[in-house]
Design a protein around this ligand. Structure first.
Ligand SMILES: Cc1ncc(COP(=O)(O)O)c(C=O)c1O
Length: 352
């Protein structure tokens, strides 16, 4: 069995026998292949209802996958700053937002953004809000699920659950139509490879499946491999009939993820990292990773290599934007998937 500790959960082939076909009539969302497709089709819907919306405000701390649908729709992007505590530049938004703006709000790493602020901004300006829950599938804010915030919200199954694809797109504002689609497609070749990932022996370091879904993104280049809205963009039928099973065990997923999160917090040396103190791990939070900031570039590379040698995927989640906060450039994400016991893994690592 694969012993690698990864950020994304591994698909478990046995789960194919647990497919659940009962959810189809009750869906209040559309299902897409992944978060970027849900965002693209959600935005298209918003724009056709409200063509005067042109400016999209987006946090400077963002991955290229969010930019692909925006560039593809030729929207005018305005970046707002996020600081090293993941706090938003509220003054900037308060000064600039009006009814013709769309704001994308990212709930980073399983933690909610400040929805009290965004809801009040919407009340004042009638702007349009989109909640990006790709890291925050099960988290809540003030007891309400994050997918219920924003005019539109979307998530990403593969990041959070052992599935091949999938993203739910919720229209929380009745002005936008929700076709509640349930169309599905057969898994593609790279998803079939991805299914086999848990059988890969640990001495093989390369990843199986859609490894280039991230890659190097140039807005002016040919990015069809990362994002092609004319391609088959629905969820695959295995994931589409499996995800409901995981929604029934949120409590267990949350508690394992929280335990693993705390294991990294206790393990990593304070002398080498800045921990993000205002991230609060309460009962409403299902963390996606343990995020923290390396104190300098050497430390960052040291820990990525440390992980490589021990089969632990540690990634630097940032982008190359010039206006990105200098500390956020050194953000590292540590894996906390619920089927692994990180405390035990780290104890074993220290023994060897
Ligand atoms: C914050 C955020 N939003 C959206 C996406 C896009 O999601 P997906 O990879 O499911 O298309 C990603 C990652 O890729 C992400 O990190």
């Amino acid at each position: 069995m694969n012993k690698q500790l990864t950020i994304q959960p591994n698909f478990n082939i046995i789960d194919i026998f647990k497919m659940d076909f009962s959810h189809k009539n009750k869906s209040n969302y559309e299902l897409y292949k992944s978060g970027r497709y849900a965002l693209y089709f959600g935005l298209k819907n918003i724009l056709s209802t409200n063509p005067k919306l042109k400016n999209v405000y987006i946090p400077s701390f963002v991955c290229p996958q969010v930019l692909m649908p925006l560039n593809s729709l030729k929207l005018n992007l305005v970046f707002y700053q996020i600081d090293e505590n993941l706090l938003i530049d509220k003054d900037f938004l308060e000064k600039n937002i009006n009814s013709e703006c769309i704001i994308i709000v990212i709930n980073y790493f399983g933690f909610s953004s400040d929805w009290e602020f965004f809801d009040s901004l919407k009340n004042k300006t009638s702007c349009t809000l989109i909640s990006d829950n790709c890291h925050s599938l099960f988290s809540k804010y003030k007891g309400k699920e994050l997918n219920q915030y924003g005019d539109l919200s979307f998530n990403s199954f593969r990041k959070n659950l052992p599935l091949l694809s999938g993203s739910q797109l919720f229209y929380n504002n009745m002005d936008y139509k929700n076709s509640a689609n349930i169309k599905m497609r057969s898994p593609n070749l790279s998803e079939l490879f991805y299914m086999m990932r848990s059988f890969k022996p640990s001495f093989i370091k390369s990843r199986l499946g859609d490894t280039k879904l991230v890659g190097h993104y140039r807005p002016d280049g040919n990015n069809k491999y990362f994002f092609d809205p004319s391609s088959e963009n629905k969820i695959d039928l295995i994931s589409g009939n499996l995800f409901n099973n995981y929604f029934k065990c949120v409590h267990s997923i949350t508690s394992h993820r929280q335990k693993n999160y705390r294991a990294w917090l206790n393990y990593l040396p304070q002398s080498e990292f800045i921990f993000i103190n205002n991230l609060i791990l309460d009962k409403d939070t299902t963390p996606y990773v343990f995020p923290c900031i390396a104190k300098n570039e050497d430390i960052m590379h040291k820990w990525i290599q440390w992980g490589n040698r021990r089969n632990i995927s540690i990634i630097n989640w940032s982008n190359k934007r010039e206006d990105l906060n200098t500390k956020l450039r050194l953000m590292l994400l540590f894996p906390i998937i619920p089927d692994k016991n990180v405390k035990k893994i780290l104890e074993d690592v220290d023994k060897n």
